[in-house]
Design a protein around this ligand. Structure first.
Ligand code: FAD
Length: 412
């Protein structure tokens, strides 16, 4: 008999989870309060980061915390209320960023990242989304020789340990490869394996269209109406209350709010981020991270997208795009940005965990309930991997990756 399941949240993670469950014969209802891919999965830098084998650690360089505290630089911004709310999780994140625990997290994280492009590939083909994807890599560019040399050494190390492929480019090679760069840079590390998506929200929408074309039901509804009912779960939608035997929470940065109502206190926090598009007459060929300044420039269908680093603020606090203004000034040193498009800056929130690993697996205290969130800086990259891993667990079969490091029960 077909088993029914609700997937709450149609971002990259929820949509891919729905597709993988459907592929395994489940009767899946995908529920979101908006159309698919309109939140965090919409506004990111669009990178499928096959190079990101190390989860993003709390920066430990001397001077970083002082600069962040004084509001210098474009990398970090904070609201006092945000720091206060997240203090416990941030402290654990800081401790887990120590080289030893970070190396353990990397061991687990790299297992997921290793499959990122390989798992997106069949979905991109089936969804007819090749027009959205470029498979030409991603550059970290460096202003100083010291930072470039260190990065080139680190890239070699990642190649030895994880097989991550890259090319170091000196000043001349970089200027030839990326003529839109108008400032002479010390060099670049070009990661060869990442892919770039020129409209990330559209890719999620195409995946959701594929889910519907294969017979899945996509409904508008509110995840906060989730109730355990009899042996299963139900949620309120515009088509009435929908029941299923099981449910998956894939609510990205909103997961914490819902799981708290179920009695879970996990060390979760968010890093908000902004983007703005520019007309940029001299288009970059590939996305670029200005590695010593902490923002990304990514060519998109709408123009050149500038995305910012981390802002520690409550998810519902009003936008304070000060990093965007600083990053824009820095980006103007690198490229001819042109004019910002006449639209308000986009604001989203990376869903983070204190141990830098996602939360993928059964809810420890609720039968038939599953969690799939907390993919932080790489949720767009990891959606298909996380979706497959969770679907294999729900299906009760052997999983192709060991799910133990991501088990929600680790926080109990
Ligand atoms: C500036 C920035 C740049 C980034 N760049 C990259 C990048 O280049 N590559 C990368 O891999 N990652 C990147 N990320 C991270 C990535 O965007 C996220 O990790 C990822 O989008 C999370 O996906 P998700 O599906 O978990 O969450 P979301 O995409 O936020 O999806 C959650 C869904 O839940 C729905 N929802 C929430 N509450 C309710 C409710 N009550 N009822 C019904 N539905 C609800 C929302 O509407 C939403 O559709 C970036 C993030 C930011 C902020």
């Amino acid at each position: 008999m077909t088993s029914s399941i609700l997937v709450l949240g149609a971002g990259m993670v929820g949509t891919c989870t729905a597709l993988h469950l459907q592929q395994r014969g489940f009767d899946v209802v995908l529920v979101d309060r908006r159309t698919p891919g309109q939140e965090t999965s919409f506004g990111n830098a669009g990178l499928i980061q096959q190079e990101a084998v190390e989860p993003y650690a709390f920066p430990r360089e001397p001077g970083f915390v002082l600069n962040a505290a004084l509001g210098r630089g474009a990398e970090v911004n904070w609201h006092a209320r945000g720091l206060w709310q997240m203090a416990g999780s941030l402290w654990r994140y800081f401790k887990n960023s120590h080289p030893q625990p970070h190396a353990r997290a990397t061991e687990a994280y790299s297992q997921l990242i290793a499959h990122a492009t390989h798992e997106h590939d069949p979905l991109i083909t089936a969804a007819g989304a090749q027009d959205l994807v470029t498979r030409e890599g991603f550059r970290f560019v460096f202003r100083t020789a010291q930072a470039f040399d260190e990065a080139a050494r680190r890239a070699e190390d990642l190649h030895t340990r994880f097989g991550v492929r890259s090319q170091a480019e000196n000043t001349t090679q970089l200027a030839m490869a990326e003529p839109a760069l108008q400032r002479s840079m010390a060099g670049a590390v070009r990661w060869l394996e990442p892919w770039a998506v020129n409209d990330p929200g559209a890719l999620v929408q195409r995946y959701a269209d594929l889910f519907v074309a294969r017979g899945g039901r996509l409904l508008t509804g509110d995840a906060t109406s989730l109730q355990s009912q009899g042996l299963g779960w139900s949620v309120q939608t515009t088509e009435g209350r929908v029941h299923a035997e099981q449910a998956v929470l894939a609510l990205g940065p909103w997961a914490d709010g819902l799981i708290r109502t179920l009695g879970y206190r996990f060390p979760l926090f968010i890093k908000r981020g902004y983007h703005q598009h520019y007309t940029s007459p001299a288009q970059l060929l590939q996305p670029v991270l200005d590695a010593e300044r902490g923002y990304v420039l990514a060519p998109m269908q709408r123009g050149l997208r500038l995305t910012t680093g981390a802002e520690f603020a409550p998810i519902d606090a009003p936008p304070t795009p000060v990093q965007l203004a600083k990053a824009e000034a820095l980006a103007r040193e690198l490229v001819n940005l042109g004019e910002p498009l006449p639209e308000a800056p986009w604001l989203g929130a990376r869903p983070c965990t204190a141990d830098m690993l996602p939360v993928t697996g059964p809810a420890p205290r609720h039968k038939g309930l599953w969690f799939n969130f907390g993919h932080a800086h790489q949720g767009f990259t990891l959606g298909p991997v996380a979706g497959r891993l969770l679907a294999e667990m729900v299906d009760g079969r052997h999983t192709w990756i060991d799910p133990a490091p991501y088990a929600p029960a680790r926080f109990m």
